[in-house]
Design a protein around this ligand. Structure first.
Ligand code: NAD
Ligand code: IPM
Ligand code: MN
Length: 372
Protein backbone atom coordinates (compact mmCIF):
# COMPACT_ATOMS: atom_id res chain seq x y z
CA UNK A 1 0.00 0.00 0.00
CA UNK A 2 1.38 3.43 -0.91
CA UNK A 3 1.74 6.10 1.79
CA UNK A 4 -1.20 8.38 2.51
CA UNK A 5 -0.65 11.98 1.45
CA UNK A 6 -2.54 14.65 3.38
CA UNK A 7 -4.10 17.32 1.19
CA UNK A 8 -5.82 20.44 2.50
CA UNK A 9 -8.58 21.38 0.06
CA UNK A 10 -9.64 25.04 0.14
CA UNK A 11 -12.37 25.63 -2.47
CA UNK A 12 -12.84 29.33 -1.62
CA UNK A 13 -15.39 31.52 -3.36
CA UNK A 14 -17.15 32.17 -6.67
CA UNK A 15 -16.27 29.45 -9.16
CA UNK A 16 -13.76 27.97 -6.64
CA UNK A 17 -15.98 25.09 -5.40
CA UNK A 18 -17.06 23.94 -8.87
CA UNK A 19 -13.54 23.91 -10.35
CA UNK A 20 -12.11 22.18 -7.26
CA UNK A 21 -14.81 19.50 -7.62
CA UNK A 22 -13.43 18.66 -11.08
CA UNK A 23 -9.84 18.46 -9.82
CA UNK A 24 -11.00 16.09 -7.07
CA UNK A 25 -12.72 13.87 -9.67
CA UNK A 26 -9.39 13.63 -11.46
CA UNK A 27 -7.55 12.98 -8.18
CA UNK A 28 -9.95 10.09 -7.44
CA UNK A 29 -9.19 8.70 -10.89
CA UNK A 30 -5.45 9.02 -10.15
CA UNK A 31 -5.91 7.13 -6.86
CA UNK A 32 -7.71 4.32 -8.64
CA UNK A 33 -5.40 4.11 -11.64
CA UNK A 34 -2.10 4.33 -9.80
CA UNK A 35 -3.15 2.74 -6.50
CA UNK A 36 -2.37 5.86 -4.47
CA UNK A 37 -3.92 7.30 -1.32
CA UNK A 38 -4.80 10.89 -0.63
CA UNK A 39 -6.53 12.02 2.55
CA UNK A 40 -8.57 15.13 1.76
CA UNK A 41 -9.64 17.65 4.40
CA UNK A 42 -11.77 20.60 3.33
CA UNK A 43 -11.59 24.01 5.02
CA UNK A 44 -12.99 27.50 4.37
CA UNK A 45 -10.90 30.44 3.26
CA UNK A 46 -11.45 33.79 1.57
CA UNK A 47 -15.08 34.90 1.65
CA UNK A 48 -16.03 31.40 2.87
CA UNK A 49 -13.64 31.96 5.81
CA UNK A 50 -15.28 35.30 6.55
CA UNK A 51 -18.72 33.67 6.50
CA UNK A 52 -17.62 30.73 8.68
CA UNK A 53 -15.28 32.41 11.16
CA UNK A 54 -15.23 36.17 10.52
CA UNK A 55 -11.75 36.21 8.96
CA UNK A 56 -10.46 35.29 5.47
CA UNK A 57 -7.89 32.82 6.83
CA UNK A 58 -9.39 31.14 9.92
CA UNK A 59 -6.67 29.84 12.30
CA UNK A 60 -7.97 26.25 11.89
CA UNK A 61 -7.57 26.52 8.12
CA UNK A 62 -3.99 27.75 8.47
CA UNK A 63 -3.23 24.97 10.98
CA UNK A 64 -4.64 22.37 8.59
CA UNK A 65 -2.53 23.79 5.74
CA UNK A 66 0.60 23.71 7.91
CA UNK A 67 -0.03 20.10 8.88
CA UNK A 68 -0.78 18.90 5.34
CA UNK A 69 1.65 17.66 2.69
CA UNK A 70 0.15 20.05 0.13
CA UNK A 71 -2.68 22.55 -0.27
CA UNK A 72 -5.09 22.56 -3.23
CA UNK A 73 -6.96 25.84 -3.57
CA UNK A 74 -9.76 27.13 -5.79
CA UNK A 75 -9.99 30.91 -5.79
CA UNK A 76 -11.11 33.68 -3.46
CA UNK A 77 -13.10 36.89 -3.75
CA UNK A 78 -16.64 37.97 -4.51
CA UNK A 79 -18.41 41.25 -5.23
CA UNK A 80 -20.27 40.99 -1.95
CA UNK A 81 -17.08 41.47 0.07
CA UNK A 82 -15.81 44.44 -1.97
CA UNK A 83 -17.12 46.94 0.56
CA UNK A 84 -15.49 45.26 3.60
CA UNK A 85 -12.59 46.81 5.47
CA UNK A 86 -9.64 46.10 3.10
CA UNK A 87 -7.81 44.34 5.96
CA UNK A 88 -10.37 41.51 6.06
CA UNK A 89 -11.17 41.17 2.38
CA UNK A 90 -11.05 37.58 1.01
CA UNK A 91 -7.85 38.34 -0.95
CA UNK A 92 -6.04 39.07 2.33
CA UNK A 93 -6.51 35.42 3.29
CA UNK A 94 -4.59 34.37 0.21
CA UNK A 95 -1.74 36.78 0.93
CA UNK A 96 -1.65 35.59 4.55
CA UNK A 97 -1.44 31.90 3.69
CA UNK A 98 1.31 32.57 1.13
CA UNK A 99 3.29 34.51 3.74
CA UNK A 100 2.62 32.09 6.62
CA UNK A 101 3.74 29.07 4.57
CA UNK A 102 6.70 30.98 3.11
CA UNK A 103 5.56 30.34 -0.48
CA UNK A 104 8.00 32.68 -2.18
CA UNK A 105 8.22 30.91 -5.55
CA UNK A 106 5.18 31.01 -7.81
CA UNK A 107 5.50 28.91 -10.96
CA UNK A 108 3.01 29.62 -13.74
CA UNK A 109 3.64 27.42 -16.79
CA UNK A 110 2.16 28.76 -20.02
CA UNK A 111 1.84 25.77 -22.30
CA UNK A 112 -0.27 25.67 -25.41
CA UNK A 113 -2.22 22.66 -26.65
CA UNK A 114 -1.93 22.12 -30.38
CA UNK A 115 -5.67 21.93 -30.93
CA UNK A 116 -6.15 25.31 -29.21
CA UNK A 117 -3.75 27.23 -31.46
CA UNK A 118 -6.66 28.89 -33.24
CA UNK A 119 -8.44 29.81 -30.00
CA UNK A 120 -5.99 32.53 -28.98
CA UNK A 121 -6.73 36.06 -30.11
CA UNK A 122 -3.13 36.05 -31.41
CA UNK A 123 -2.22 34.52 -34.77
CA UNK A 124 -1.60 30.74 -34.66
CA UNK A 125 1.92 31.14 -36.04
CA UNK A 126 2.74 33.47 -33.12
CA UNK A 127 1.51 31.12 -30.39
CA UNK A 128 1.86 27.58 -31.76
CA UNK A 129 4.07 25.38 -29.61
CA UNK A 130 4.19 28.00 -26.85
CA UNK A 131 5.99 26.84 -23.70
CA UNK A 132 7.00 29.58 -21.27
CA UNK A 133 7.52 29.33 -17.51
CA UNK A 134 6.69 32.51 -15.60
CA UNK A 135 8.38 32.56 -12.20
CA UNK A 136 6.89 35.18 -9.94
CA UNK A 137 8.33 36.16 -6.53
CA UNK A 138 5.33 35.77 -4.22
CA UNK A 139 6.02 36.92 -0.65
CA UNK A 140 7.82 40.23 -1.12
CA UNK A 141 7.68 43.48 -3.05
CA UNK A 142 4.86 45.97 -3.04
CA UNK A 143 2.29 43.39 -1.85
CA UNK A 144 3.89 43.18 1.57
CA UNK A 145 6.23 46.20 1.94
CA UNK A 146 5.90 48.55 4.90
CA UNK A 147 5.00 51.29 5.41
CA UNK A 148 1.69 51.26 3.63
CA UNK A 149 -1.28 53.35 4.60
CA UNK A 150 -4.13 55.54 3.57
CA UNK A 151 -4.40 58.66 5.70
CA UNK A 152 -5.83 62.15 5.92
CA UNK A 153 -8.98 63.33 4.21
CA UNK A 154 -10.22 65.62 1.48
CA UNK A 155 -7.42 67.23 -0.49
CA UNK A 156 -5.03 66.15 2.31
CA UNK A 157 -5.79 62.48 1.80
CA UNK A 158 -2.91 60.32 0.60
CA UNK A 159 -2.08 56.65 0.27
CA UNK A 160 1.17 54.79 -0.25
CA UNK A 161 2.66 51.32 -0.65
CA UNK A 162 6.30 50.29 -0.41
CA UNK A 163 8.14 48.18 -2.97
CA UNK A 164 10.98 46.63 -0.99
CA UNK A 165 13.24 43.63 -1.65
CA UNK A 166 16.18 42.32 0.35
CA UNK A 167 19.22 40.60 -1.17
CA UNK A 168 18.27 37.13 0.22
CA UNK A 169 14.70 37.42 -1.09
CA UNK A 170 16.01 38.10 -4.58
CA UNK A 171 18.77 35.50 -4.42
CA UNK A 172 16.48 32.60 -3.49
CA UNK A 173 13.93 33.32 -6.23
CA UNK A 174 16.74 33.87 -8.74
CA UNK A 175 18.09 30.39 -7.91
CA UNK A 176 14.64 28.93 -8.59
CA UNK A 177 14.70 30.75 -11.95
CA UNK A 178 18.12 29.43 -12.94
CA UNK A 179 17.29 25.88 -11.80
CA UNK A 180 14.08 25.96 -13.80
CA UNK A 181 15.95 27.22 -16.89
CA UNK A 182 18.52 24.43 -16.49
CA UNK A 183 15.75 21.83 -16.64
CA UNK A 184 14.28 23.46 -19.77
CA UNK A 185 15.79 25.34 -22.74
CA UNK A 186 18.41 27.10 -20.56
CA UNK A 187 17.26 30.65 -21.23
CA UNK A 188 16.37 33.00 -18.40
CA UNK A 189 14.82 36.44 -18.93
CA UNK A 190 14.83 38.54 -15.77
CA UNK A 191 12.19 41.26 -16.01
CA UNK A 192 12.50 44.47 -13.98
CA UNK A 193 12.25 48.25 -14.12
CA UNK A 194 15.90 48.95 -13.31
CA UNK A 195 15.87 52.16 -15.38
CA UNK A 196 13.65 53.71 -12.70
CA UNK A 197 13.28 51.66 -9.50
CA UNK A 198 15.96 51.14 -6.83
CA UNK A 199 14.40 47.77 -5.92
CA UNK A 200 14.87 46.69 -9.55
CA UNK A 201 18.49 47.86 -9.58
CA UNK A 202 19.21 45.58 -6.61
CA UNK A 203 17.19 42.83 -8.32
CA UNK A 204 19.34 43.05 -11.47
CA UNK A 205 22.63 43.10 -9.50
CA UNK A 206 21.67 40.05 -7.43
CA UNK A 207 20.46 38.11 -10.48
CA UNK A 208 23.77 38.89 -12.25
CA UNK A 209 25.72 37.62 -9.23
CA UNK A 210 23.70 34.39 -8.97
CA UNK A 211 24.25 33.89 -12.73
CA UNK A 212 27.93 33.14 -12.04
CA UNK A 213 26.84 29.83 -10.46
CA UNK A 214 24.91 28.90 -13.62
CA UNK A 215 27.29 29.31 -16.58
CA UNK A 216 25.11 27.03 -18.75
CA UNK A 217 22.11 29.34 -18.52
CA UNK A 218 21.85 32.22 -20.99
CA UNK A 219 20.68 35.18 -18.89
CA UNK A 220 19.11 38.35 -20.32
CA UNK A 221 17.34 41.32 -18.75
CA UNK A 222 14.33 43.19 -20.04
CA UNK A 223 12.33 46.15 -18.74
CA UNK A 224 8.80 45.19 -17.79
CA UNK A 225 7.08 47.55 -20.23
CA UNK A 226 9.04 46.07 -23.13
CA UNK A 227 8.42 42.54 -21.80
CA UNK A 228 4.66 43.14 -21.82
CA UNK A 229 4.92 44.13 -25.47
CA UNK A 230 7.37 41.35 -26.49
CA UNK A 231 5.04 38.71 -24.99
CA UNK A 232 2.50 39.65 -27.64
CA UNK A 233 4.97 40.41 -30.46
CA UNK A 234 7.14 37.33 -30.23
CA UNK A 235 6.36 35.14 -27.21
CA UNK A 236 8.47 32.22 -28.44
CA UNK A 237 11.65 34.16 -27.63
CA UNK A 238 10.98 33.37 -23.93
CA UNK A 239 11.84 30.20 -22.02
CA UNK A 240 11.80 31.17 -18.32
CA UNK A 241 10.66 34.64 -17.21
CA UNK A 242 11.79 35.62 -13.71
CA UNK A 243 10.19 38.63 -12.08
CA UNK A 244 8.99 40.32 -8.91
CA UNK A 245 5.58 39.94 -7.33
CA UNK A 246 3.42 42.59 -9.01
CA UNK A 247 5.07 42.41 -12.46
CA UNK A 248 4.56 38.63 -12.32
CA UNK A 249 0.89 39.00 -11.41
CA UNK A 250 0.30 41.17 -14.44
CA UNK A 251 2.54 39.40 -16.96
CA UNK A 252 1.17 35.95 -16.10
CA UNK A 253 -2.43 36.99 -16.80
CA UNK A 254 -1.21 38.48 -20.07
CA UNK A 255 0.78 35.35 -20.92
CA UNK A 256 -2.26 33.12 -20.32
CA UNK A 257 -3.75 34.51 -23.52
CA UNK A 258 -1.03 32.71 -25.49
CA UNK A 259 -2.83 29.47 -24.54
CA UNK A 260 -6.25 30.85 -25.46
CA UNK A 261 -7.70 31.45 -21.98
CA UNK A 262 -6.88 32.41 -18.43
CA UNK A 263 -8.87 29.27 -17.59
CA UNK A 264 -5.92 27.19 -18.86
CA UNK A 265 -3.20 28.62 -16.56
CA UNK A 266 -2.24 26.62 -13.44
CA UNK A 267 0.19 27.56 -10.70
CA UNK A 268 2.38 26.12 -7.96
CA UNK A 269 3.54 28.21 -5.01
CA UNK A 270 6.53 26.70 -3.23
CA UNK A 271 8.45 27.42 -0.03
CA UNK A 272 12.02 26.65 1.08
CA UNK A 273 13.05 23.02 1.23
CA UNK A 274 12.58 21.75 4.81
CA UNK A 275 14.78 19.35 6.79
CA UNK A 276 12.74 16.38 5.48
CA UNK A 277 13.41 17.51 1.88
CA UNK A 278 9.80 18.62 1.32
CA UNK A 279 8.64 22.14 0.54
CA UNK A 280 5.44 23.77 1.74
CA UNK A 281 3.31 24.02 -1.37
CA UNK A 282 -0.01 25.43 -2.51
CA UNK A 283 -1.53 24.72 -5.91
CA UNK A 284 -4.20 26.96 -7.43
CA UNK A 285 -5.28 28.20 -10.84
CA UNK A 286 -3.73 31.55 -11.77
CA UNK A 287 -7.16 33.04 -12.34
CA UNK A 288 -9.62 34.39 -9.83
CA UNK A 289 -13.10 33.52 -8.62
CA UNK A 290 -14.93 34.94 -11.69
CA UNK A 291 -18.02 35.61 -9.51
CA UNK A 292 -20.16 36.52 -12.50
CA UNK A 293 -20.03 32.83 -13.53
CA UNK A 294 -20.30 31.23 -10.08
CA UNK A 295 -22.66 28.28 -9.83
CA UNK A 296 -23.43 28.26 -13.55
CA UNK A 297 -21.45 25.15 -14.49
CA UNK A 298 -19.85 27.16 -17.27
CA UNK A 299 -16.20 27.94 -16.55
CA UNK A 300 -13.09 26.05 -17.54
CA UNK A 301 -11.73 23.66 -14.87
CA UNK A 302 -8.48 22.88 -16.73
CA UNK A 303 -6.28 25.42 -14.89
CA UNK A 304 -7.28 23.75 -11.62
CA UNK A 305 -6.83 20.22 -12.97
CA UNK A 306 -3.37 21.20 -14.25
CA UNK A 307 -2.61 22.67 -10.81
CA UNK A 308 -3.43 19.24 -9.38
CA UNK A 309 -1.00 17.71 -11.89
CA UNK A 310 1.66 20.15 -10.69
CA UNK A 311 0.97 19.00 -7.11
CA UNK A 312 1.44 15.35 -8.05
CA UNK A 313 4.73 16.16 -9.74
CA UNK A 314 6.30 18.79 -7.45
CA UNK A 315 5.09 17.65 -4.02
CA UNK A 316 5.00 13.89 -4.52
CA UNK A 317 7.21 13.12 -7.53
CA UNK A 318 4.41 11.29 -9.39
CA UNK A 319 5.57 12.53 -12.79
CA UNK A 320 3.87 9.77 -14.73
CA UNK A 321 0.49 10.53 -13.16
CA UNK A 322 1.01 14.23 -13.90
CA UNK A 323 1.88 13.64 -17.53
CA UNK A 324 -1.07 11.28 -17.97
CA UNK A 325 -3.41 14.01 -16.71
CA UNK A 326 -1.93 16.24 -19.39
CA UNK A 327 -2.51 13.55 -22.02
CA UNK A 328 -6.09 13.04 -20.84
CA UNK A 329 -6.78 16.79 -21.12
CA UNK A 330 -5.26 16.85 -24.60
CA UNK A 331 -7.41 13.91 -25.73
CA UNK A 332 -10.62 15.52 -24.50
CA UNK A 333 -9.73 18.81 -26.18
CA UNK A 334 -8.74 17.00 -29.39
CA UNK A 335 -12.12 15.25 -29.32
CA UNK A 336 -13.65 18.74 -29.46
CA UNK A 337 -15.12 19.08 -25.96
CA UNK A 338 -14.61 22.62 -24.71
CA UNK A 339 -15.92 25.16 -22.24
CA UNK A 340 -17.11 28.49 -23.68
CA UNK A 341 -13.79 30.29 -23.26
CA UNK A 342 -11.90 27.92 -25.58
CA UNK A 343 -14.63 27.16 -28.09
CA UNK A 344 -13.85 27.02 -31.80
CA UNK A 345 -15.52 26.00 -35.06
CA UNK A 346 -16.77 22.42 -34.95
CA UNK A 347 -16.19 22.04 -31.19
CA UNK A 348 -18.89 20.95 -28.75
CA UNK A 349 -19.54 23.26 -25.84
CA UNK A 350 -19.84 21.46 -22.50
CA UNK A 351 -20.15 22.59 -18.90
CA UNK A 352 -17.56 22.53 -16.12
CA UNK A 353 -18.76 19.21 -14.68
CA UNK A 354 -18.91 17.41 -18.02
CA UNK A 355 -15.39 18.50 -18.92
CA UNK A 356 -14.21 17.23 -15.51
CA UNK A 357 -16.02 13.90 -16.03
CA UNK A 358 -14.53 13.50 -19.49
CA UNK A 359 -10.97 14.23 -18.35
CA UNK A 360 -11.26 11.79 -15.42
CA UNK A 361 -12.69 9.11 -17.76
CA UNK A 362 -9.97 9.72 -20.38
CA UNK A 363 -7.33 9.30 -17.68
CA UNK A 364 -8.80 5.99 -16.54
CA UNK A 365 -8.92 4.78 -20.15
CA UNK A 366 -5.24 5.47 -20.88
CA UNK A 367 -2.97 2.42 -21.10
CA UNK A 368 -1.58 1.40 -17.71
CA UNK A 369 1.59 3.26 -16.80
CA UNK A 370 4.81 1.51 -15.92
CA UNK A 371 5.46 3.71 -12.89
CA UNK A 372 3.70 6.65 -11.30
P1 NAD B 1 -10.77 36.61 -12.67
O1 NAD B 1 -9.49 35.90 -12.92
O2 NAD B 1 -11.74 36.00 -11.72
O3 NAD B 1 -11.51 36.81 -14.06
C1 NAD B 1 -10.96 37.53 -15.15
C2 NAD B 1 -11.61 37.11 -16.45
O4 NAD B 1 -11.23 35.78 -16.78
C3 NAD B 1 -13.12 37.12 -16.41
O5 NAD B 1 -13.62 37.52 -17.66
C4 NAD B 1 -13.46 35.68 -16.16
O6 NAD B 1 -14.72 35.38 -16.61
C5 NAD B 1 -12.35 34.94 -16.91
N1 NAD B 1 -12.05 33.66 -16.27
C6 NAD B 1 -11.39 33.46 -15.11
N2 NAD B 1 -11.34 32.17 -14.80
C7 NAD B 1 -11.95 31.52 -15.80
C8 NAD B 1 -12.23 30.14 -16.07
N3 NAD B 1 -11.84 29.16 -15.22
N4 NAD B 1 -12.90 29.82 -17.19
C9 NAD B 1 -13.30 30.77 -18.03
N5 NAD B 1 -13.08 32.07 -17.86
C10 NAD B 1 -12.42 32.45 -16.74
O7 NAD B 1 -10.37 38.09 -12.24
P2 NAD B 1 -11.27 39.36 -11.79
O8 NAD B 1 -12.57 39.34 -12.50
O9 NAD B 1 -10.38 40.50 -11.93
O10 NAD B 1 -11.49 39.12 -10.24
C11 NAD B 1 -12.63 38.42 -9.69
C12 NAD B 1 -12.35 38.11 -8.21
O11 NAD B 1 -11.31 37.13 -8.13
C13 NAD B 1 -11.86 39.30 -7.40
O12 NAD B 1 -12.44 39.23 -6.14
C14 NAD B 1 -10.35 39.08 -7.33
O13 NAD B 1 -9.75 39.67 -6.22
C15 NAD B 1 -10.30 37.58 -7.23
N6 NAD B 1 -9.05 36.96 -7.67
C16 NAD B 1 -8.64 35.88 -6.93
C17 NAD B 1 -7.53 35.17 -7.33
C18 NAD B 1 -7.11 33.98 -6.54
O14 NAD B 1 -7.87 33.48 -5.74
N7 NAD B 1 -5.93 33.46 -6.76
C19 NAD B 1 -6.83 35.56 -8.49
C20 NAD B 1 -7.27 36.67 -9.22
C21 NAD B 1 -8.40 37.36 -8.80
C1 IPM C 1 -3.26 35.97 -8.18
C2 IPM C 1 -4.27 36.97 -7.66
C3 IPM C 1 -3.86 37.47 -6.28
C4 IPM C 1 -2.55 38.22 -6.45
C5 IPM C 1 -4.89 38.35 -5.54
C6 IPM C 1 -6.25 37.75 -5.50
C7 IPM C 1 -4.42 38.65 -4.15
O1 IPM C 1 -4.46 38.01 -8.57
O2 IPM C 1 -3.04 34.94 -7.51
O3 IPM C 1 -2.71 36.19 -9.25
O4 IPM C 1 -2.55 39.40 -6.83
O5 IPM C 1 -1.51 37.60 -6.19
MN1 MN D 1 -3.47 37.69 -10.47
Amino acid sequence: MSPTHKIAVLPGDGIGPEIIEQAIKVLKAVEQKFNLNFELTYAPMGGAGIDAAGVPLPPETLKLAQESDAVLMGSVGDFKYDTLDPKIRPEQGLLQIRKALGLYANLRPVKGYKCLEHVSTLKPEVVNGIDVMVIRELTGGIYFGQPRAREGSGTQEKAYDTLVYTQPEIERIARIGFESALSRRKKLMSVDKANVLASSQLWRDVVNTVAKDYPDVELSHMYVDNAAMQLILNPKQFDVILTENMFGDILSDEASMLTGSLGMLPSASLGERKANGQRNALYEPSHGSAPQFAGQNKVNPIATILSLAMMLEYSFGYSQAASQIDTAIEQVLEAGYRTFDIMGPGATEVGTAELGDRIAAALLALPAAVAV
